[in-house]
Ligand binder design. Structure first.
Ligand SMILES: [Zn+2]
Ligand SMILES: [Zn+2]
Length: 281
């Protein structure tokens, strides 16, 4: 599996750059907040519990960053690939790339290239999610969801203590921290605590929701586009569908971006369930 050059990993358009930077900055603001504010609040004495939280937090942080880097560094595009000059059955000609493109691939206007088994373009990673990098993207969502849940669990007491008892005003401050700061309802520090709590809460809900949606598609052997169009040509049962995305060691690879788990194919050829329904996706 090929890796991209450093300049090819990074976003190519302004809106992607903004989302990419916002994601990285928010992740690091939350990490620093947990280490500097929350953990000392939970355990002033620095007992073994404190260091267990530090070790688990470090594991989550390293897993999130590694999954993120592997998602953007793994080449899921037709870039640097030798593609056949003859149009094979199920393939199509991409007039932008001026090359033949395999089944299940789609051209991405933001990445400016055809993407193998394209699922979707992710603005936060600034790259398309496709055949080779979807497993790392799932690892990224998984550890982000667990990390956000863990932060909410750690934050709850401190957030309630800082904002006061739960009432309409504190709910307003948590849900709309920016407005409550602007209107003078909350002082700057309360605003900061409410803002970070909201990032963790919304982050958990959004990431978990999207992770469930991705896993549902993988379970059914579909990309996002195939789900939308009702295409079920590549559904060979959950075990084979999982192997298609996560490789031979699919259970371990689901839980870790560090596991070596070669994919079964090359992203160019796919067997179809219904041969009578041959069509170019
Ligand atoms: Zn193309
Ligand atoms: Zn793309």
């Amino acid at each position: 599996m090929a890796y991209l050059h450093a300049r090819e990993m990074l976003p190519r358009i302004t809106s992607d750059w903004i989302a990419f930077i916002v994601a990285i900055v928010l992740i690091h603001i939350v990490v620093v907040y947990e280490v500097v504010v929350i953990l000392p609040y939970i355990d002033e004495e620095r007992t073994r519990t404190f260091w267990l939280h530090v070790a688990f937090g470090l594991f989550l942080y390293v897993s999130v960053i590694t999954s993120f880097v592997r998602t953007i560094a793994t080449n899921s595009t037709t870039r640097h690939m030798m593609l056949p000059s003859v149009l094979k059955p199920g393939w199509r000609f991409c007039s932008v790339c001026e090359a033949n493109a395999p089944p299940r691939s789609k051209h991405c206007w933001m990445c400016d290239v055809c993407v193998l088994k394209r699922d979707h373009h992710c603005i936060f990673t600034g790259n398309c999610i496709g055949y080779n990098n979807q497993r790392y993207f799932i690892n990224f969502l998984l550890y982000l969801a667990v990390g956000a849940f863990y932060c909410n669990f750690l934050n709850v007491d401190y957030t309630i203590e800082t904002l006061g008892n739960i009432n309409l005003l504190t709910l307003f401050t948590i849900l709309l921290p920016m407005l409550s700061w602007v209107f003078g309802v909350a002082p700057a520090y309360t605003f900061a605590v409410a803002f970070i709590s909201m990032v963790c809460l919304l982050g958990f809900l959004l990431v978990t929701g999207y992770l469930i949606y991705q896993l549902r598609n993988i379970y059914c052997g579909q990309t996002m586009w195939e789900t939308a169009s009702g295409t079920k040509d590549y559904n060979f049962g959950w075990r084979e569908n999982m192997m298609e995305v996560f490789g031979q060691s699919y259970i371990l690879a689901f839980f870790s971006p560090f596991v070596k788990s070669p994919l079964l194919g090359d992203g160019l050829e796919f067997k179809k369930k219904y041969n009578e329904n041959v069509k170019d996706l």
